[in-house]
Design a protein around this ligand. Structure first.
Ligand code: BDR
Ligand code: CA
Length: 327
């Protein structure tokens, strides 16, 4: 059983990742840390608490409050390339259409985050674990970068860092950059070069594993709160993708973050995995936040990253549905 820490910016697909991890016997979740990202920290934290409470997992999975701002960039950075799609939009009837609504689920959480600074919590949890710990950051990499800077020796007890982020032929925030990396590019570069084993799950892989709208019915048929919430996430995400970012066919919605968790359950879910050099453009130009995935080995730096360029869609769908039956 792998010991993992999720770092999330919940977030619709983050919610699915948390549920999958909490319900999979193959992993033990030591904690879930919420970071600024899809929404401001107050919302990503509240959404994370709601998901953990819905799972009834609050006694075994602590929630921790992470970083409220990127390392270097301000939240409204005036950068050369800006996202074209605001995080929240409305249809003609005033209904919100967003990949990541500010508030998911029903009602405010009654549980609270731990009363501890996240850097201290990460360092203590990693160093005190008798087995090596796998980090699964599926939001901007601010928290992990701060932990690595505060105590680089944590790397000695990290088994692997599995990151959702970046893209080689796919981007979603600017024509060069993916959201998690774009929001905090300096943090991403710190994490990619920290020396731990890193697996990067970029958009190239997550788009290949997209959930089909028709699968919403399978989750509703589970007749449990987790199935209902995943059905909601499929609805929300399919609507937003169809409107703002249609994929190669309609009615598809990538569940990006959950693919990282599925990889820890069955590594065969990632395909076309290359060991290569990955860096982030932090130069502030038009390609700001781009992941430079050096599959042709032009670089004279050491390879630092396993990068998945493809995924097994049907296997991912099966893993997600099967584990949700455990609720
Ligand atoms: C990533 O950005 C976020 O909006 C999603 O939760 C995912 O982690 C995809 O680019
Ligand atoms: Ca995320």
């Amino acid at each position: 059983v792998r010991k993992i820490i999720l770092d999330v910016d919940t977030g619709s697909d983050d919610a699915v990742a948390i549920m999958l991890a909490a319900l999979a016997p193959e992993v033990e979740v030591l904690g879930v840390c919420a970071v600024n990202g899809n929404q401001a920290l107050e919302y990503t934290l509240e959404n994370t608490l709601r998901v953990v409470e819905l799972l009834g997992a609050q006694d075994r999975i602590p929630v921790i409050k992470g970083a409220a701002t990127p390392l270097v960039r301000t939240l409204n950075p005036g950068r050369l390339c800006q996202p074209q799609t605001p995080s929240t939009q409305y249809d003609e009837n005033g209904n919100e259409i967003a990949y990541h609504p500010k508030e998911i689920g029903n009602g405010k959480a009654t549980i609270k985050p731990l009363d501890i600074n996240f850097v201290t919590w990460y360092i203590d949890t990693i160093k005190n674990s008798p087995e090596k710990v796998t980090l699964v950051p599926v939001g901007p990499l601010t928290d992990i970068a701060m932990v690595l800077r505060a105590d680089p020796s944590v790397v000695d007890n990290i088994e692997e860092i599995v990151i959702m982020g970046g893209g080689k032929d796919q981007t979603n925030t600017t024509s060069a950059a993916e959201f998690n990396i774009w929001l905090d590019p300096e943090a991403a570069q710190i994490v990619l070069t920290c020396g731990a084993k890193i697996t990067l799950v970029p958009l190239d892989a997550t788009h290949k594993a997209s959930t089909r709208y028709s699968e919403k019915a399978d989750f509703l048929a589970l007749h449990n709160p987790v199935g209902d919430m995943i059905a909601d996430m499929i609805e929300i995400r399919t609507t937003a993708y169809n409107k703002f970012q249609p994929l190669h066919e309609p009615d598809l919605a990538p569940m990006h973050d959950a693919l990282c968790v599925a990889y820890l359950i069955d590594p065969n879910v990632l395909k076309d995995v290359r060991f290569t050099r990955v860096d982030v453009d932090i130069s502030g130009g038009f390609a700001d936040g781009q992941t430079i995935i050096d599959t042709r080995h032009f670089h004279n730096q050491p390879d630092n990253c396993y990068v998945a360029l493809d995924a097994d869609r049907d296997l991912f769908a099966k893993i997600l549905l099967d584990r949700c039956k455990n609720f």
